[in-house]
Every structure is written in structure tokens, then in C-alpha cells.
Design a binder for this molecule. Structure first.
Ligand code: SF4
Length: 94
């Protein structure tokens, strides 16, 4: 079973995908800055979704899950923040 993507940006920081482009620092220029819990959006998300729909023979990647779950500190950090938010919501609704 594949684990869900939590938008940590880990894979995009490892190397740009086939839709991306490395900047001078090697990081994809379409990777947005982290939000308050460390999640990073792809600024080409909608374009990639459309491309994947129109050319299904191309590798489908967006939203398909995470294959790098072990020792992934960025991913673990986002999961911890999401769990903290869930716990706070539960406590606030008591
Ligand atoms: S184009 Fe988007 S999904 Fe691809 S590496 Fe860049 S930020 Fe990540």
C-alpha cells in the first residue's frame, strides 16, 4: 500500500520531476516556499494535472502517493504538525 503525499516537498527537493526545472541552487523553480507547517506546493500543479489527463501514457505522478517514507525528516515533520493540528481541533471541540 502506498502512503499518501503530505506535500513535504521531499521529492521535489531531491530532483525536479519531468515537468520541473532546476534553478541555480538545484531546487525546482516551481516549488513554493513552505507554509506554516512545512508543506510546499507545486506552482505547476494544475498544469501537470491537465497534462497527465491529456497524455495518460506519460507517467502519472501528481497525487499518487509517497514512495520515500523511511527516514524522511521533512515528511515526518509535516505529519507531526498535521497530527498536532488534529489534536488541537479535537481538544477545542470538547
Ligand atoms: S514541477 Fe512541481 S512537482 Fe515537479 S519538481 Fe517542480 S515543484 Fe515538484
Amino acid at each position: 500500500m502506498i502512503s499518501p503525499c503530505v506535500m513535504s516537498g521531499h521529492c521535489c527537493l531531491t530532483a525536479p520531476c519531468l515537468y520541473g526545472k532546476a534553478g541555480e541552487d538545484g531546487i525546482c523553480i516551481y516549488l513554493d516556499q513552505p507554509n506554516e507547517i512545512g508543506q510546499r506546493a507545486c506552482l505547476k500543479h494544475d498544469e501537470i494535472i491537465e497534462k497527465e489527463k491529456s497524455e495518460p501514457e506519460i507517467l502519472q505522478m501528481m497525487g499518487k502517493g509517497c514512495s520515500s517514507t523511511l527516514f524522511n525528516e521533512l515528511r515526518n515533520s509535516v505529519i507531526n504538525e498535521l497530527n498536532r493540528e488534529k489534536s488541537n481541533d479535537r481538544n477545542n471541540n470538547k
